[in-house]
Design a protein around this ligand. Sequence first.
Ligand SMILES: [Zn+2]
Length: 129
Amino acid sequence: MTEATETTDRLEQIIAKLRERDFRITPQRIAILKIFLGSVEHPSVEQVYRQVKPDFPTTSLATVYKTVNLLKEVGEILEIGFADGGNRYDGNKPYPHPHLICTRCKTIVDPQIELIEQNRLRPRGQLRL
Ligand SMILES: [Zn+2]
């Protein structure tokens, strides 16, 4: 099975789950879901909002927040909280996993554990588990 097929299957499963919770499925909400599920960059709500806005100008920030909250409820997104309140989200891997976070620019990546164990990758930020 290709990765693209897996993503589509997952999207359909999640849409079914959200429908059960009376979430109205609109093209803009599907676009928001796709960005969260397909992103490995751990975007913030604002970043996703800015990505959706050009294609769906009527999208509101509240719609993106609502989508995130529902995804949290059904366990399909991981919230990564910062002390300054700027939450970031991982909809690609919705289960706890280590993150490398740059303390300066706040870039978040999913590290390749093998590389860290072999000491080839030397993170400058802190490693959070
Ligand atoms: Zn992650």
